[in-house]
Ligand binder design. Structure first.
Ligand code: SAM
Length: 418
């Protein structure tokens, strides 16, 4: 398949407005624009660095109107939009009842879910579209699924029907095997007469990202306890999360199913996004003297390690990684450490006529469906380092999946308006 680079264009007559939280370099905004959405507010703040590189790249591409570069905890209010979106970090969501009853629930400080919930209560968006690592459905390890249960309970009590699905981008034809959980919430939605029909056919995610009508497993359970009780007792001691890879929550009931993607369209692979070597700087080629190091890191091995606490030694085993990465398959997930010359087990390496090489920032942008060169410059026109560009793509998402979901959300907004 030949790769065509896309351009970002704001919709001429928008179907709806969007607030983009945890905006990074704008993956939601890029994907939602061709679906007809105009992003009118964005928030991005990186807690770990003084210089705000992602926010800077965001402004370089979209301008500063409606953009806010501060800790979400300090954002008092957002505009009343049709759609609230964000890809947020997976954290511990445990809660306790406050001793001072007027304060209600107390979640841990710095936990971003509570900031999202606060802004949902304030802006009451009609729809919410969130993205997270699939680990969210299984966290924390001592109480598998507790955090997601707290999320469903607290968002559900704001009048939302919530659906979710674990999606691998390559299952829908994209060139990266990036697995994420998508969560879509709709306010004042009609309650489905059949949860199975909803999850496999008529829900937003099922229409955007089709699945087979056959589901391998299903289960139904209530979340009738208050969040502080869920926090203390949900699934204590069980090794398995009760949340399967898809589901819907309404009226205090979780209906969860194991679904299989159903896609018969075009497929793409890592090979489709690769630039000719003539356009690739020498620094991306692996120094032949270091090839053995790469090979070692990618290989199967058993390493003796020492347990930090007890000092006891144990064997750590890891399997073999593909080396080089095959151009005929979708890539593996891009991680934030993908950039830089040092050998690594997880960075992609491809074999070309002129030797082994790493992926360039443009190729990483293409694997996520961002326009070529999207992260090259900051708002002041200064070049962004390649390591940072790779970091942005490790944090970002596959834009084409967002566009697919966005189109269904746009249809629903139009249908509601009649
Ligand atoms: C998973 S990334 C989202 C990336 C984004 N979807 C994209 O396409 O680039 C999460 C983002 O949240 C930002 N973030 C983390 N803590 C934050 C906070 N307290 N306030 C605002 N943004 C925060 C991070 O800097 C990061 O860019």
């Amino acid at each position: 398949m030949t790769y065509t680079t896309k351009k970002y264009e704001e919709p001429a007559s928008p179907v709806g407005t969007v607030a983009e939280l945890f905006a990074g370099v704008g993956g939601f905004r890029i994907g939602l624009a061709p679906a007809g959405f105009k992003t009118v507010f964005s928030n991005q703040w990186e807690p770990s660095t003084k210089t705000q590189h992602a926010s800077d790249v965001y402004v370089a591409n979209f301008g500063s109107e409606g953009h806010c570069n501060e800790d979400i905890a300090t954002v008092d209010a957002i505009p009343e939009v049709d759609l609230l979106v964000g890809g947020f970090p997976c954290q511990d969501y445990s809660v306790a009842k406050s001793l001072n009853s007027s304060k209600g629930l107390e979640g841990k400080k710095g936990v971003l879910w509570w900031e999202i919930l606060r802004l949902v209560k304030q802006a009451k968006p009609k729809s919410i579209f969130l993205e997270n690592v699939d680990r969210l459905l299984k966290s924390p390890s001592a109480q598998r699924g507790r955090d997601f249960a707290i999320m469903l309970k607290t968002l559900g009590s704001q009048g939302y029907l919530i659906e979710w699905r674990v999606v691998s981008a390559s299952d829908y034809g994209f060139p990266q095997r990036r697995i994420r959980v998508f969560i879509v919430a709709t306010r004042n939605s009609t309650v489905p007469s059949s949860a199975r029909e909803f999850v496999t056919k008529s829900g937003v995610l099922a229409r955007a990202l089709p699945v087979s009508a056959h589901t391998a497993e299903e289960s139904v359970f209530l979340l009738d306890d208050e969040p502080d009780v869920i926090s203390q007792s949900f699934n204590l001691g069980s090794a398995k999360s009760p949340f399967l890879n898809a589901g819907v929550y309404f009226d205090g009931e979780v209906h969860t199913f194991k679904t299989q993607s159903a896609y018969a369209g075009q497929k793409s692979t890592l090979g489709d996004v690769i630039l000719p070597n003539a356009e690739v700087e020498d620094g991306y080629f692996v120094d032949p003297d270091r090839l053995a190091e790469w090979e070692y890191l990618k290989g199967a091995k058993t390493i003796e390690r020492t347990h930090k606490g007890s000092g006891a030694s144990y064997n750590y085993a890891e399997g073999k990684m593909a080396f080089p990465d095959l151009l005929t398959n979708p890539s593996r997930t891009i991680l934030t450490g993908e950039g830089g010359t040092s050998p690594s087990r997880f960075k992609h390496i491809i074999k070309t006529d002129e030797g082994f090489r790493r992926l360039t920032p443009t190729e990483l942008e293409r694997l996520n469906g961002f326009p070529d060169g999207w992260t090259a410059l900051g708002a002041d026109g200064k070049q962004i380092s390649d390591v940072r560009r790779a970091f942005f793509m490790g944090n970002a998402l596959v834009v084409g999946l967002i566009e697919r979901v966005g189109k269904v959300l746009a249809e629903d907004i139009q249908a509601r308006r009649g």
